[in-house]
Design a protein around this ligand. Structure first.
Ligand code: UGA
Length: 484
């Protein structure tokens, strides 16, 4: 099928476009970001994503994907047009729909351009599906429809669908090819069938059997993936409710963690024991610094705002957010319990700046929020992150927000080497659970610290081993270890 992805140099758009190209579709990714489009044409991905390099290379080589800034050319014969632009959170939590509105207006403008003779098509070929991938509040799809129907040239026929994404940053391509479900909200059977055909190779339908898909990913090898056909509003709510539920699990386990500390229980043991119940499961029960990043908090705030706008007081959702926001303050308070409340001129080695491991994305990172608090109290911050190093380009820096930029600028020094970051420190603070931090030589680190103290706000390290090395150790919701 012929597909156009608008917002095709952004995270969701790029992963979607590449995934569809790898399934054998002909894809054009359109984006206004000139620099990113130029890089992508050279086979250089502007986002860090497991396995993205080879997928980009082979689909460029095979001519299955191209990158452009020109929307009008790309639209001419697309059967499915994805809208995958960003919907950042505004101050009140409301999703900023300006990019989506602009795309709808540009689509209308392009559709209304006179057809060139070579593009002239029969009425049945003029049908397209416009699939909204961006996370937008329920009424926003009507807004898009309203724009598209305004003065639409006769003969242009389209349906709008909602096709939310569930990709996790860092493993987006894996999630694209191995989804737990594909959700399509539509109000016409024709649109649903078009989307089903598009994803057929993944859900185990006819395209997989035809053998025309890429051998590496395009074959439906596992069990069939559920294809959820629903209405527009329910599809959008599935996305919001899923992210809110993941956030709720994290806030829940963080609340249990603070209780565990007071009761002498160990939250890792508790979460492990709870997760064995298949009704509960193990995922998203890791206590720590709380959820950060560009999605969970943004979507939770947006859902709260949607509830209020519709006359409902979302008490539960509010407390999920509130628990998460308090986490930073409580982590700082606990650090003070360990090393004393006067942080002025104390040196803190921060391990981890990204909002989670395997990404260099620091947008809305809880680590930076902690750093900001420590700086306010006069601490000196020496930081390390395996993927955020001095001079290295940051993912999504254009949408990083002033808070993140200010916090990263406030760091006294970012080191390429964690041992240098810890040299002369009063405490090491683990703020992102990069697995490599568990492999460091903590004897070497101890010998160069002013005070052998580790606060592991991600419960990553082996507390007993550190206690044996003479460290004062604390995690979140786990037994503290005093230095000998
Ligand atoms: C999240 C969802 O997991 C995706 O399904 C969704 O598609 C995406 O948002 C989106 O809406 O675009 P992502 O933002 O990449 O994906 O991040 P997650 O891997 O879910 O992690 C979010 C945060 O929760 C991180 O800061 C992580 O450290 C934290 N977390 C996660 C915990 O504190 N504890 C856990 O047990 C799990």
């Amino acid at each position: 099928m012929k597909v156009c992805v608008i917002g095709g140099a952004g995270y969701v758009g790029l992963v979607t476009g590449l995934g569809l190209a790898d399934l054998g579709h002909r894809v054009v990714n359109v984006d206004i970001d000139e620099a990113r489009i130029a890089r992508l044409r050279q086979g250089d991905s502007p986002i860090h994503e497991e396995g993205i390099g080879p997928v980009l290379e082979r689909n460029l080589e095979a001519g299955r994907i191209r990158f452009t800034q020109e929307l009008s050319d790309s639209l001419a014969d697309s059967e499915v047009v994805f809208i995958a632009v960003g919907t950042p959170s505004q101050g009140d939590g409301q999703a900023d729909l300006s990019a989506v509105i602009e795309v709808a207006e540009n689509l209308l403008r392009c559709w209304n351009l006179p057809e060139r003779p070579q593009e002239r098509r029969g009425p049945h070929e003029r049908y397209r599906v416009v699939a909204v991938k961006s996370t937008v509040p329920v009424g926003a799809i009507d807004l898009v429809r309203g724009i598209l129907c305004r003065e639409l040239r006769e003969g242009v026929d389209f349906d709008l669908v909602s096709n939310p994404e569930f990709l996790r940053e860092g493993q987006g391509l894996h999630d694209f090819f191995h989804p737990d479900r594909i959700v399509v909200g539509a109000c016409s059977d024709r649109a649903t069938q078009t989307m089903r055909a598009l994803y057929a190779a993944i859900i185990g339908g006819p395209a997989a059997a035809s053998g025309e898909t890429d051998a590496e990913h395009g074959q439906a090898t596992g069990p069939a993936v559920p294809f959820v056909e629903t209405d527009l509003a329910s599809a959008q709510m599935i996305k919001y409710a899923s992210n809110a539920f993941l956030a709720a699990r994290i806030s829940f386990i963080n609340e249990i963690a603070w209780l565990c500390e007071r009761l002498g229980a160990d939250v890792k043991e508790v979460a492990g024991g709870m997760g064995l119940d298949p009704r509960i499961g193990h995922a998203y029960l890791e206590a720590g610094l709380g959820f950060g990043g560009p999605c969970l908090e943004k979507d939770l705030k947006s859902l709260i705002q949607i509830a209020e706008a519709n006359g409902y007081e979302p008490q539960f959702l509010r407390s999920v957010l509130d628990r998460n926001e308090r986490q930073v303050e409580e982590v700082v308070a606990k650090l003070k319990q360990m090393i004393g409340s006067l942080l002025y001129q104390r040196t803190i080695a921060v391990f981890g700046l990204a909002f989670k491991p395997n990404t260099n994305d620091i947008r809305n990172s809880a680590s930076l929020k902690v750093i900001r608090r420590l700086k306010q109290e006069g601490a000196t911050i020496k930081a390390h992150d395996p993927m955020v190093s001095p001079g290295a380009p940051l993912a999504h820096s254009e949408s990083m927000g002033s808070d993140a930029s200010a916090s990263i600028d406030a760091i006294d020094t970012i080191f390429d080497d964690p041992y240098e970051a810890a040299d002369g420190a009063d405490a090491v603070l683990i703020l992102t659970d990069w697995p490599q931090y568990a492999e460091l030589d903590y004897t070497r680190i101890r010998d160069h610290m002013v005070n052998p103290c580790i606060f592991d706000a991600r419960n990553l390290l082996d507390s007993k081993a550190l206690g044996d090395l003479g460290y004062q150790y604390a995690g979140i919701g786990v037994a503290a270890v005093s230095s000998r």
